[in-house]
Design a protein around this ligand. Structure first.
Ligand code: NAD
Length: 293
């Protein structure tokens, strides 16, 4: 059984990007610049954005963090997005979600220029990905694709079952696994909260991708012997034996499922670290105008 090491893979990717940034510097080219908009004081969002900004510094990118009050109006936020859109020095823009309830995520997402949409959330990039055109692919699905590729996991002709149909993970994942490409060419079943006989379906999966958002939902009896299991879930649970007072678990019961799987991502250290690496990669592509030449 292989434990798919997302931490190491993400570090490899970051090193590759840092090497490219060093080359760009030598060539006198433009240093990639990521801007992040953070609205309000949500603890988790601050941590995520902080980690993204820190990673930018580590690999030699420029970054700008724009912090706005929780009470900022939708119109004002749209104006800030517009300003970043028009700023030629900024290559990529992310707006950290969730946003306060009085702001429409759709309106804000739709305002981001597709050329700078390194989160891959705009209709333009989702559409391009669906058509199998060059696109910024959302960071989490892109990270999973990269793990499958670097671990040389065969996907062609396999049955891939995805649990969860969110816009940021499950849905794009199902499209990427079904596309004519590598990884891809799988026969995909996308399951969700209305799916009947979920266990019967997951038992037939050669590749099982779990993004349900329920702690340790997938148990060994749901998994076929030899399956590849990708666990997207992240949950904090109290653990007094840890200094922090908590530990992280996934959507998959790792101890028992790993006994049956041929390869599996752990939590932490699996899909999670790949997300930031993918965002950085998208930002490099934006700076080098690879998607929209
Ligand atoms: P979500 O809550 O938006 O979606 C959950 C999906 O699960 C829904 O589509 C729903 O239809 C489906 N579902 C619910 N009950 C079901 C059932 N009984 N059977 C089948 N399907 C069912 O979740 P999300 O945003 O995709 O996130 C999923 C998990 O991944 C969460 O734990 C989240 O924290 C984590 N996550 C991790 C990363 C990362 O970087 N590793 C990124 C995004 C999300």
């Amino acid at each position: 059984m292989i434990v798919i090491d997302g931490k190491k893979t993400s570090q490899d990717i970051k090193s590759e990007i840092a090497a490219r940034v060093a080359e760009i510097k030598t060539e006198g080219g433009k240093i990639p610049h990521l801007a992040a908009i953070l609205v309000g004081n949500d603890g988790a969002s601050q941590t995520y954005v902080g980690a993204k900004v820190k990673s930018c510094h580590e690999i030699g990118f420029e970054s700008t963090l724009i912090r706005l009050e929780e009470t900022v109006s939708e119109q004002e936020l749209l104006r800030v997005v517009e300003k970043v859109n028009e700023n030629p020095d900024i290559d990529g823009l992310i707006v950290q979600l969730p946003l306060p309830n009085h702001i429409s995520v759709e309106k804000v997402t739709d305002k981001i220029k597709p050329e700078k949409d390194v989160d891959g959330f705009t209709p333009a990039n989702v559409g391009r990905m669906t058509l199998n055109w060059p696109a910024y692919v959302a960071a989490t699905p892109y990270g999973i694709v990269e793990l499958l590729k670097r671990y040389e996991i065969e996907t062609s002709g396999k049955h891939c079952v995805v649990i969860g149909r969110s816009h940021i993970v499950g849905s794009p994942m199902s499209i990427l696994m079904a596309r004519n490409g590598n990884p891809g060419n799988a026969t995909v079943t996308l399951t969700h909260s209305r799916t009947q006989n979920l266990k019967e379906i997951t038992q037939t999966a050669d590749i099982l991708i779990v993004a349900i958002g329920k702690p340790e939902f997938v148990t060994a009896d749901m998994v076929k012997e030899g399956a590849v299991v990708i666990d997207v879930g992240i949950h904090r649970i109290a653990d007094s034996s840890k200094k922090s007072g908590f530990r992280l678990i996934g959507d998959v019961k790792f101890d028992e499922v790993s006994q049956k799987a041929s390869a599996i991502t752990p939590v932490p250290g699996g899909v999670g670290p790949m997300t930031i690496a993918s965002l950085l990669y998208n930002t490099l592509q934006a700076a080098e105008k690879k998607i929209y030449p």
